[in-house]
Design a protein around this ligand. Structure first.
Ligand code: GCU
Length: 663
């Protein structure tokens, strides 16, 4: 499959004052410290200069003679940080390590393409989150779980692919500061179980070496039952000596064969995956067993908290899927080894367009934590609708947990500011595939780009990130920039408007999770009920209901627990409310449903109308690809509007105040 270069496409000529005199790169780094990252940094500069300025850069080792770009290692800077400055036409990039140099090079190239001048440039940046990870849900047969942009480019027919595309992928990821990548699906089955055996280690190593050249640690997902499936042991009990011994031996083998391995991601006791519960053990028992086995090699165990009982009877109003992550892990706080990191989804359910922040953030105080988000848009339009998620991620990061007097936001926690942790950060379920443009919808690339940039520099606004991405991808034409910016910044709100109302979520077709189906999950066993009847809708998660609201620290618990104080946008997540309830906005619940659904469609219409004016201003191919998806979104948003509005009109019998057409 052909592939494009996304935001690293240097084929568009660029003008930036101060670049004219640059003819050479001076590598002021001793030979023995010129590792592959330094070489790749130099190669990136050369490649970019040919494309952007039509000029070959000479490469000299040693002190600069004349203008150019000087790369130098310098003691005393934070790991992975860089300092770029211009001085009389000479550009310096300094860092304490070669990753910092690489990030500095990408930052310089970004600056050249997005700003007008290099004069006076003086930029020091250190990544704020220690771990900035992409989780690919790729299966070894080439399919991708919740993949909406083609097939896997890591796997095909149970083999591992290492080719030009892999290199471009690593460059794209590194250019936004990604430093860890999980290549296989959390649901580890069949061939993927064998990734840690000699059947695959040659190719795993080869792939990990491509990553290493761009500062990326490779991670694999493990099958918790591997000792039984591979080792023919009778159990996978984490406290059984033979099981512990098996893992130790296997880990010694894997890390010897694949030195660039960062560690493993594990989904256990969830949605049918095996785990320690089978043996009456805790998740700490399971995670610590693996952590011990990888510790000698500096490995990390990333353990997911997405653990719930997916068999909930609708009559049972006390069981609450939203509680389960918290209930399963809070009692284990402080019992995990230091190389274990709990990976916690942003909300307690599953990547809905609106959820409260997961109460484990702020609940846990003695455990390494990582925030997991999903850019694959499983529930937010599957990369056919545009839905720029960076504004959502920023809201999540800014959430005050009240776990400490200061430094208590989710961002503080996952950056290590709250508890002084180093093993923390953010992971995103990736949205790439082997489509020519990598992400299906061209605009979905803004989520990939944006995720990396946000994890590196969470102080950037969603708008700043969007502008960067637009300029790098489509150049600096004003109408293009303003239009695409408008679309990106409107998209999440628009999607939320025509989706399930007021935080309730889940009104999708079961399994595929695409398109409206108000009762799709209402009559299944997955515990994702909305409990709508002719009088009202919502789940009572107050103290009188499932008690979920009380899992938060004060004042959050009291606010969520109280229907008068609970924010509108989450009201139906926390409370069962009559349709006639007056929201803080002054509207009734039912009128809010109607209004937002009409508005959502109007917002999409406006986006598409503005987009059409870019015909001739955007390159033909991406314009056509995007237009096709926008036309689908327009239609599909109507389907959402009509299904939801009609459903609630028929349930409630209350007409729209404004008399609009509701079927
Ligand atoms: C969602 C998704 C699954 C995925 C799971 C997970 O439920 O639909 O496909 O495996 O999340 O995060 O593990």
């Amino acid at each position: 499959m052909e592939f494009e270069q996304a935001w690293l496409d240097y084929s568009r000529k660029c003008s930036c004052e101060g670049t004219d005199g640059i003819e050479a790169v001076f590598v002021g780094i001793a030979d023995d410290r010129q590792d592959i990252l330094i070489k790749n940094s130099v190669a990136e500069l050369q490649r970019a200069f040919v494309g952007l300025f039509g000029r070959e850069l000479a490469v000299h080792t040693g002190a600069p003679v004349g203008d150019g770009i000087c790369l130098a290692l310098r003691e005393g800077m934070q790991a992975e940080a860089y300092h770029i400055y211009e001085d009389g036409g000479k550009i310096s990039i300094e860092a304490s390590d070669s990753r910092g140099i690489l990030y500095g090079v990408f930052a310089l190239l970004r600056h050249m393409q997005t700003e007008n001048s290099l004069r006076g440039l003086n930029l020091t940046k250190a990544p704020v989150m220690p771990m900035r990870m992409l989780d690919h849900w790729d299966n070894m047969d080439g399919s991708i779980e919740r993949g909406y942009s083609g097939k896997s480019f890591f796997f095909e027919d149970n083999e591992i692919l290492v080719n030009d595309r892999t290199v471009t992928y690593a460059r794209l990821a590194a250019s936004v500061g990604i430093n860890a990548v999980v290549i296989n699906n959390v649901n580890v089955k069949d061939a993927a179980t064998w990734l840690i055996t000699e059947r695959y280690t040659d190719k795993v190593r080869a792939l990990s070496e491509v990553f290493a050249g761009y500062g990326i640690k490779m991670y694999l997902c493990l099958n918790y039952a591997a000792p039984m499936e591979l080792g023919e042991l009778a159990s996978a009990d984490p406290l059984a000596e033979e099981v512990r011994g098996w893992w130790k031996k296997q880990m010694a083998f894997v890390f010897r064969e694949v030195p660039n391995l960062g560690g493993f991601l594990i989904k256990a006791d969830s949605e049918g995956r095996p785990g320690p519960f089978t043996y009456g053990r805790t998740h700490a028992d399971g995670a610590n067993m693996l952590a011990e086995a990888v510790a000698p090699y500096g490995g990390k165990i990333i353990w997911r908290c997405f653990v719930y009982n997916c068999q909930q009877d609708w009559r049972d109003e006390k069981t609450d899927r939203a509680r389960s992550g918290y209930d399963n892990f809070i009692g284990l706080d402080g019992t995990f080894l230091d190389n274990v990191i709990l990976q916690i989804k942003n909300g307690p359910m599953d990547f809905q367009v609106r959820e409260p922040v997961h109460p484990l953030f702020g609940g846990l105080t003695k455990t390494n934590q990582m925030l997991e988000v999903q850019i694959a848009q499983e529930y937010t339009g599957q990369q056919r609708h545009v839905c720029y998620l960076i504004p959502m991620f920023r809201e999540i990061l800014a959430f005050h947990t009240y776990v400490a007097k200061e430094c208590d936001t989710v961002e503080d926690i996952v950056c290590g500011r709250t508890f002084g942790q180093k093993n923390c950060g953010m992971a995103a379920v990736a949205n790439t595939g082997n489509d020519e443009n990598w992400t299906g919808h061209d605009m979905a690339a803004a989520n990939w780009y944006g995720f990396g940039r946000l994890a590196f520099e969470p102080e950037l606004s969603a708008e700043e990130i969007a502008r960067e991405w637009i300029r790098l991808t489509f150049g600096r034409e004003e109408q293009v920039e303003e239009t695409l910016l408008y679309i990106l910044m409107t998209s999440w709100r628009a999607y939320e408007n025509y989706n399930a109302p007021l935080g309730i979520g889940w009104m999708v077709n079961p399994n595929e999770h695409y398109g409206p189906s108000v009762d799709g999950y209402e009559y299944s066993r997955w515990g994702t009920y909305h409990r709508a009847d002719h009088l009202g809708i919502g789940v009572d998660r107050s103290g009188a209901g499932t008690g979920y609201a009380l899992l938060y620290r004060e004042p959050n618990a009291s606010i969520y627990n109280d229907k008068e104080r609970c924010p509108d946008k989450l009201l139906l997540f926390f409370h069962h409310m009559p349709y006639t309830w007056k929201l803080k906005s002054g509207k009734t619940v039912i009128q809010h449903i109607y209004d937002t659904h009409f508005e959502g469609v109007e917002m999409v219409d406006e986006m598409v109308e503005r987009f059409r004016k870019l015909q001739g201003k955007l390159p033909k191919k991406p314009y056509q690809r995007m237009l096709e998806r926008f036309l689908h979104q327009k239609e599909h948003a109507r389907e959402w509007r009509d299904q939801i509005n009609t459903y609630f009109y028929r349930k409630s019998g209350i007409a729209d105040e404004r008399g609009r057409k509701i079927y």
